[in-house]
Ligand binder design. Sequence first.
Ligand SMILES: C[S@@+](CC[C@H](N)C(=O)[O-])C[C@H]1O[C@@H](n2cnc3c(N)ncnc32)[C@H](O)[C@@H]1O
Length: 177
Amino acid sequence: MRKLNVGAGERGEGDVTLDLLSAVGPDVQGTATALPFAAESFDVIEMDQVLEHIPPAELGAVFEECYRVLRPGGRLEAWVPHAASRLNDQDPTHRSTWTYGTPEYFADGNFSWYYDDHDFEFDLVHREVSVWVLETAPASGIRSVLLQTAHRLFDWNDGVVYRPSVSGSVHFVLRKV
Ligand SMILES: C[S@@+](CC[C@H](N)C(=O)[O-])C[C@H]1O[C@@H](n2cnc3c(N)ncnc32)[C@H](O)[C@@H]1O
């Protein structure tokens, strides 16, 4: 099993690691939109916390390249932060958002026709979403009552947007058809 790790960062493992940044020390410096490898040269591609850094208009090229370098039946395994997660919007380098349904845009099924002008065909063979609300309901309730009281007593007109701290990820596996 030959594994390519795309967007490997400093710690990613694989037979070959690739990253946009040479500073993180990949085996190969390059971009996911133009993988510098021969067709059908890997069994597995891993992308851990990488796809959210790719703008939507470039995602078609990324999946096309993964399809090209995977052997038939090969697997692309990805982890991305869930769109509801606070980490997802605090990072200014994030360019695309992912929820439970997003992998369906790159696999045979409901939404694959959006990327019809790209040459790839995958089956979605695994999908898992985990979302955690990190602040408990009682604590947020107390905070809400205090804010409402302050607003009434002091005619406090500042807008306050309270959002519970949510963390979560989407993990999915596509198989090259
Ligand atoms: C959040 S880090 C994740 C690193 C590693 N996979 C991990 O889980 O620790 C995202 C990595 O993707 C890389 N990256 C971003 N856009 C890329 C692209 N178009 N092609 C290849 N790598 C890219 C970044 O340079 C960075 O190292």
